[in-house]
Design a protein around this ligand. Structure first.
Ligand code: SF4
Length: 731
């Protein structure tokens, strides 16, 4: 007979923990109680009772002592009741159940109607209901779910031991029962894994045994699921209940056990079956031997009868020899060696195979089954689940466990400690990640590739930062290209940086953002110098102004706008046109990659002032301009930026002007008459004197005292003022 134990059979993490807590108080001669049966297993409860741990139903039934809260958990008021008595509560609530209680409390507080999918009579469900002031709707059938009303906000949780099938069915009904629904699938993974493994095994064996308390809800569900897949399924509490007659003929027997079935009960069942099988085997062998002996004897008789001349002695001798051989064979079967009992050997191996062996210092794979505020529980396939405390998850204190792992995720963990007595396994994710991270950092240091670095805090001389879970230092001078006055501004930021120093043995890592920025700047500069060409128009920022021009950053490299390229009109200083920080469009005049020089023009981005000049100035027009230059042969008058005309010395006044400086000065505003416009030659001839009427006769040989000129200091001169003397003389 082949006996196969299903994976994930027997006590789960929560039950094991509760049993261990109880064991600590066994035979202690203290008044120790459990609030309700510790687990739904009569044999275990009786055993504990013998060790002085008794079951109570309420705290009112005792005056004082130590009370163990079982893995199902309790409503919150129990803690209050205990405080009013001389009672010490030892809380062995399973962390999975506690998580449901916390969720229910949180969402009840937020105004959600709580729905618990499960058995209203089960202590876990009763306890959870207490965390929402007993306001939960408890459902275990889709038909009942159909009947509930419609709610604005619903929060749905599951009893840890319900089946995934029921959860899905209920979910599909409840999805239509509210505006905003939060579903929390709180089925314990230990339960679902146990159920799945049992169902798979039940489909392959002749007989399936489900071991567990007759009142244990999870065992009942397990039995139901197995029965659906194997009609010869039996629910037994102990080895005494084994349906031996029904098993006898089976070639394969599968075994699973509920969450509250301790290992020793499973072992008893297996031992009894192995014993039974051994006896059956022995019976078979004996029967075979008898038959063989009989056959041998018959053979002798037949031989005796056929061989004439052979005496009965000979025949008897052969018969004895055959008998001896048969007896020897039978004796060998009666004293089987371990190597000769393959069924038993296979069974034990299969049992062992269901448990993963872990040892301290080993890296194992596991599945995250619960993410709490301060720790993470991981199923590593060992008899107990492992716990990763917060500080063993990651070095970044700003991250919560939920930022780092998700339920259901497969992760690698390092086994730090195994406490067989406590049944706990201390794991570290940080250690595995850190080993990987050191490799990554080493590679980044060697290749020069950047990586994301999170700045954690400011310290003397720089900043502490973290990358890939490894803490390092950023010297103050390496956080940026220029000087940074307030380092604190970088705290909390995640920025790409380079690893500029790496020493694994000293645990030293130095990050530099400056190195990366400089590298990027150089790269960009090279790109610009390679791609930019004369005539390109680009935007830039004025970085520096000098007497001879302005330097404009055109994307990582500064180009020069010479003063002569700033405006179409004459300027004395670049600051008349530009200021530092201003964004401007410039045109590229030339690029010298070898010298890293770019010459730029600002004025070329503006229309040329002589374009369409004839549309703005025509012969005969009288306009105002500014005297910008005085030369011997006349005065240059600016009509608009970049457009200057010449007033020939002969056109300054009707009287003789020796030198233009005698009657005009630079900066003076004058009215001029346009005499001629020659766009091709960029020449405009102007006249000051023709803005006034020509005097009818000569009145004085003296040079005029003033012309028809004006400036801010010299208001415009009227014709009367200019020729007033004439009229005075005539009068
Ligand atoms: S079945 Fe799951 S939830 Fe229940 S006690 Fe065991 S581990 Fe905890």
């Amino acid at each position: 007979m082949k006996i196969i134990l299903a994976e994930h059979s027997g006590t789960c993490f929560g039950v094991k923990k509760a049993l261990e807590v109880a064991e600590r108080f066994a035979d202690s001669n203290l008044n120790v109680y459990t609030l309700g049966p510790l687990i739904h297993n009569k044999q275990v409860v009786e055993r504990l009772d013998k060790k002085g741990i008794r079951v109570i139903d309420t705290l009112d039934s005792i005056e004082g002592g130590t009370v163990i809260i079982r893995s199902h958990g309790v409503p919150p008021e129990i803690h209050g009741q205990a405080a009013g008595k001389v009672v010490e509560l030892v809380d062995a609530t399973c962390p999975f159940v506690r998580k449901i209680q916390e969720k229910v409390k949180e969402y009840y507080g937020k105004g959600y109607q709580i729905i618990i999918i499960g058995d209203a009579g089960h202590p876990e469900v009763k306890g959870v209901n207490g965390w929402c002031n007993y306001s939960a709707i408890i459902l275990d059938k889709p038909e009942d779910a159909e009947k509930i009303g419609y709610f604005e906000k619903l929060c749905v949780v599951a009893q840890t031991t319900i089946t995934s099938g029921l959860w899905e069915e209920m979910k599909s009904v409840l999805e239509k029962k509210g505006d905003e629904i939060k579903f929390f699938n709180t089925i314990c993974s230990a339960t679902s894994m146990r159920q799945q493994a049992a169902v798979e095994l039940a489909g392959k064996v002749d007989v399936m045994l489900v071991i567990g308390g007759l009142h244990s809800s999870n065992t009942q569900k397990l039995y139901k699921l197995c029965k659906e897949n194997c009609k010869n399924t039996y629910h037994i509490e102990t080895a005494d209940d084994l349906p031996l007659e029904n098993i006898k003929g089976a070639e394969s027997v599968g075994i699973t056990a509920g969450a509250s079935t301790p290992d020793w009960i499973i072992k008893e069942v297996i031992d009894k079956m192995t014993e039974m099988d051994k006896m059956k085997q022995q019976e078979t062998n004996e029967q075979t031997s008898e038959e063989q002996m009989l056959e041998q004897a018959q053979g002798v008789e037949e031989t005796t009868g056929s061989l004439e001349g052979n005496g009965p002695e000979e025949a008897t001798a052969e018969g004895v020899a055959a008998e001896d051989a048969a007896v020897e064979e039978a004796s060998a079967e009666e004293k089987p060696s371990e190597e000769e009992t393959p069924e038993k050997d296979t069974t034990m191996k299969e049992i062992e195979n269901t448990l993963v062996t872990v040892r301290v210092g080993k890296v194992v794979k596991g599945q995250v089954i619960q993410v709490g505020e301060n720790d993470v529980i991981v199923n590593i396939g060992y008899k107990a689940d492992g716990i990763i405390p917060r500080d063993e998850l990651n070095n970044d204190p700003t991250l919560k466990p939920s930022d780092l792992v998700k339920e259901g995720e497969e992760i690698e963990v390092f086994v730090k400690k195994i406490d067989e007595k406590e049944g706990s396994v201390l794991l570290s994710k940080k250690k595995v990640d850190i080993e990987k991270a050191w490799k990554v950092l080493k590679e980044k240091h060697q290749t020069g590739e950047p990586l994301n670095v999170k700045v954690l805090e400011e310290v003397k001389g720089g900043l502490i930062a973290i990358a890939e879970g490894i803490r390092g230092f950023i010297p103050a001078s390496h956080i940026d290209i220029g000087y940074v006055e307030v380092l604190q501004d970088f705290v909390g930021q995640e920025l790409p940086m380079k690893v500029i120093e790496f020493n694994r043995s000293k645990g030293k890592v130095i990050f530099s953002r400056k190195a990366l920025l400089e590298e990027q700047k150089e790269k960009k500069k090279k790109e610009i110098l390679e791609n930019l060409k004369a005539g390109d128009r680009i935007e830039g920022e004025v970085k520096r102004i000098t007497d001879f021009g302005a330097f404009v950053d055109v994307g990582g490299i500064d180009g020069l706008v010479h003063i002569s390229e700033m405006s179409w009109s004459r300027i004395d200083h670049p600051s008349e046109v530009l200021e530092t920080g201003q964004r401007v469009e410039v045109e590229v005049l030339g690029v010298e990659p070898e010298n890293e020089r770019i010459s730029l023009s600002l004025k070329k981005t503006k229309p040329h002032p002589w374009d369409n000049i004839q549309e703005r100035y025509k012969a005969g027009d009288i306009v105002t301009g500014k005297v910008v230059r005085l030369v011997d042969f006349g005065a240059f008058v600016e009509l608009e930026p970049g457009v200057e005309g010449l007033v020939h010395v002969s056109q300054i006044a009707y009287t003789h002007v020796e030198k233009p400086q005698d009657v005009l000065e630079e900066g003076q505003m004058v009215e001029v008459k346009v005499l001629d416009v020659k766009p091709d030659e960029r020449r405009i001839s102007l006249s000051i004197k023709e803005t006034t009427e020509k005097p009818r006769r000569e009145f004085s040989k003296e040079k005029p005292q003033a012309q028809q000129v004006h400036s801010e200091d010299h208001p415009p001169i009227t014709i009367g003022e200019l020729v007033g003397d004439i009229f005075k003389e005539e009068e």
